[in-house]
Design a protein around this ligand. Structure first.
Ligand code: URA
Length: 233
């Protein structure tokens, strides 16, 4: 593919804009400054603009470690959107494959592939999500059984689907909860229904995709092909 076409696709630029960018001398292909849009780029070429690699065409799959205080939407009048943490082109094409509350931290997946995210968010597919939960009060002896049976939430017609709970540190009221739905404020409402309160919530896993230990809050990375494919299995 010609370099100018590659940049048009990758940056959402017009041919005229791509030509201007290339002429500016800020574009390199395999570390060589290139000033002609006609040169051919192949799969193995590394194209950079102002020192930043321009991703090849194709869907993007991102894992972000969402910090406290960011919302999972494009717009919010009060809080920062988590999108400000991404250094990506064509931001308007990206969406969250499932949201977290503003005060929940941890794994969020972001993509421009609607079919892939549907697989994660559609109730039909029952994709498991694991949360680390810190409760205000002691973990009740009956919680595991009640969560496995399903909890009646206020303003919901049906009980929650069976959820599994594992105590991590009883003295700290800390546990892991795995649910296969994504109702509004679901985890907080489940524990409220049990007479407790979630103090802190952190998502560690979605399906087989685990939040990368190497990421600090606010950092992100692209998913590996294996992680992307795991959603279909
Ligand atoms: N359940 C909640 O209550 N909040 C979240 O952010 C995610 C799941």
């Amino acid at each position: 593919m010609r370099l100018d076409k590659f940049l048009c696709d990758a940056l959402g630029a017009t041919r005229k804009e791509a030509t201007k960018i290339i002429k500016s001398g800020d574009v390199t292909v395999n570390d060589e400054v290139v000033k002609s849009g006609a040169i051919k780029v192949t799969e193995t070429c590394v194209v950079e603009w102002q020192g930043r690699e321009i991703q090849k065409q194709g869907p993007r799959y991102i894992m972000l470690y969402k910090p406290d205080g960011f919302v999972c939407s494009h717009e919010d009048g009060f809080n920062h959107t988590a999108f400000v943490l991404l250094d990506e082109v064509k931001m308007e094409d990206l969406h969250f494959a499932g949201r977290l509350d503003v005060d929940t931290t941890g794994l969020v997946l972001i993509t421009d592939d609607g079919q892939w995210s549907h697989r994660i968010t559609s109730p039909k597919h029952k994709c498991a999500k694991t949360y680390r939960v810190w409760l205000a009060d002691a973990i009740g002896d009956d919680y595991a059984e009640k969560l496995a049976q399903g909890i009646e939430l206020r303003n919901e017609k049906e009980a929650t689907l069976p959820a599994s709970m594992e105590i991590v540190d009883a003295s700290n009221n800390e546990l892991l909860l795995t649910i296969t739905e994504g109702k509004y404020h679901q985890v907080k409402r489940m524990f409220a229904a049990l007479g407790n309160k979630v103090d802190q919530l952190h998502r560690e896993r979605i399906g087989n995709i685990v939040l990368d230990d190497a990421l600090e809050p606010g950092e992100y990375r692209y998913l590996t092909q294996e992680e992307v494919d795991s959603v279909w299995s």
